[in-house]
Write a protein that binds this ligand. Sequence first.
Ligand code: SF4
Length: 383
Amino acid sequence: MLRFSKHEITINEIIKNMNIPDRSEYLKGLAQTGQKIMGVLPALYPRELLWAFDIHAAEIWDPPGEILHANAHLQTTICPVVKKSLEFILKEPQTINAGYLFPHTCDSLQNLGTQVKDLIGVSLPIYTFYNPKGRFNNTTIKYYQDILINFQSILEASHGPLEPEKLKAACVLSHKIDTYLMVIQQARMTDHLSLSNHEYFTLMRAQEYLLPQDYLSLLEQVNILEKPAEFSRARLMVSGILPPLPEILVFLDELGVSIVADDLLAVSRRIPKFAMDPPGSPLDYLTDRFFVLPPCSTRGGDLDERVHYLSNRLKESKAHGLLFDMVKFCEPELFDHRLLVKTFRERKTPVLTLETELEDHISGQDKTRIEAFTERLFEIVST
Ligand code: SF4
């Protein structure tokens, strides 16, 4: 069982102690064995189909490093996720050998896909996947099934015919991973998980680059406490695209604040809202899984549904406040943000909004705002 100590160790040590391999070393090692690796941009895509073709999905959200060349191809008002991703692609990393996949998460990513394919000229194949927007209904179900079948045919053209039993096995594996993630998420909300903020999100984000079998093995080792831990800490829920910067997560730990629930596109918005039956027909399973994901700004739909979902999560996790960690220039998130803040303030939930360009440090101003916000949370804890 893994047991994770808190606070006094550095961020790199945390990752080492959790036996989570370094992303870059891990992917390099896989590429050297001849593993097919596709670079996948955020956020929703049928990972099971890729696995069935023996393609490993290495997700690209916020690659480290300075933006040097990407700016020449992009407007200044494009979000840092797109900028950092393009910078990464322009470096032509050796680890990515099976192409890039651009899901239609937002207009910026869709445009990036077109640019990379038609203008910038990358030697690897470029794939797109146009997720449906809006609610679950007969039209969106039919549309989703059509694009799954179409994506399968496109992959077959390069990787040979799909073996149906491999797709079934991939769905079973995906179902197991989801089941563990739901248990861990629930344990987090109910204090049955002895992990710091940074440890928790490192674990949740390791799925972005580990082989699914390796990720499942990691999840199987997580220690769920039999009894809830004694807590006097303030409890926080975070909403946005990515978890707050590692430095912020560590700072919150130092202040005595636990992130007990999240509404993050990279984390819980990709985990089904409730347990699904084990896969029968892969096509039905993949379709159902897409439509049982939590509401998300990038999939359109009803804002009331998001408010309802967030309220329930706040209640269930007993969070004392809500942090919106906004990626600068993220249009889908900005669209919902104003009304969400207004709604929760009216309900007397303490709300803090931070804006991030995915820099690698926390500003003095943000530190001060977080401290002031934390004091409000502790006032609630002590009343
Ligand atoms: S951060 Fe927002 S705008 Fe940028 S890629 Fe993600 S969803 Fe699109």
